[in-house]
Ligand binder design. Structure first.
Ligand code: AP5
Length: 218
């Protein structure tokens, strides 16, 4: 299974990709998680990426393409992978396509997740995540058992710095300008599937599983 999860920030891509990844034991590659880890560890990559991320802008294509190429070369990706948050520009999609083609592979599906803009803002501003294990919660929709504490590892939950309201607006407009064109790009390649991301996490996951089953992927 080689899937891409596409959609605006906060639509629930990461949440659904995580559920599919654990169900089918495929690695989930989230460029956002990888970049945030680099920022936390103050690596050269992190230092380069931080300013873009804090401003809600995209990190330059060459950087993220390099990250993904490295990840996809790992043996754990040989039998499939789920890409969450990549590609995000047409050049990134072209590079991914060329890389897969050079290995005789192709994407099975690109899942385009959508909800209303209002819902996206609610999901983003209420999101809390664990800086230690990357588990994601929501203060109202997916609260941890103990407020502020990660159910998985006991870490202290935090709000992402780019989930503040003003940065959220910037991210949404970057999405419209630079990422939304990928919907048409992949539709023309015949690999796009639309997923209604509204409703509870479990409901969305049921729809996603039905979609994957209908495509012979689950
Ligand atoms: P990244 O981390 O990829 O952020 P994003 O795409 O903006 O996506 P999010 O993680 O915000 O949202 P999501 O759709 O995964 O939602 P989630 O499942 O968490 O990127 C961050 C930054 O890194 C970018 O701005 C950029 O600077 C850089 N970057 C990353 N990739 C890049 C690339 N390829 N090129 C260039 N730059 C790149 O859900 C959100 C919340 O809603 C959670 O709290 C969750 O619990 C809740 N929720 C989920 N589903 C539901 C539901 N059905 N009902 C109610 N609540 C729900």
């Amino acid at each position: 299974m080689r899937l891409v999860f596409l959609g605006p920030p906060g639509v629930g891509k990461g949440t659904q990709a995580e559920l599919v990844a654990s169900r089918f034991h495929h690695p989930k590659i989230s460029t956002g998680d990888i970049l945030r880890e680099a920022v936390r560890n103050k690596t050269a990559l992190g230092l380069q990426a931080k300013a873009c991320m804090d401003a809600g802008k995209l990190v330059p294509d060459a950087i993220v393409i390099g990250i993904v190429k490295e990840k996809l070369a790992e043996p754990v990706c040989a039998n499939g992978f789920l890409l969450d948050g990549f590609p995000r520009t047409v050049p990134q999609a072209q590079e991914l396509g060329a890389l897969l083609e050079s290995k005789g592979l192709r994407l099975d599906r690109v899942i385009n997740v959508s909800v209303s803009r209002e819902e996206v803002v609610r999901r983003l501003t209420g999101r809390r995540s664990c800086p230690k294990c990357q588990a994601v919660f929501h203060v109202d929709f997916a609260p941890p058992q103990k407020a502020g504490i990660c159910d998985r590892c006991g870490g202290e939950l935090a709000q992402r710095s780019d989930d503040r309201k003003e940065t959220v607006e910037a991210r949404l407009s970057v999405y419209e300008q630079q990422t939304a064109p990928l919907i048409e790009y992949y539709r023309q390649q015949g690999v796009l599937s639309e997923l209604d991301g509204s409703g509870r996490i479990e409901e969305v996951n049921r729809r996603l599983m039905a979609l994957l089953t209908a495509k012979g992927l689950a």
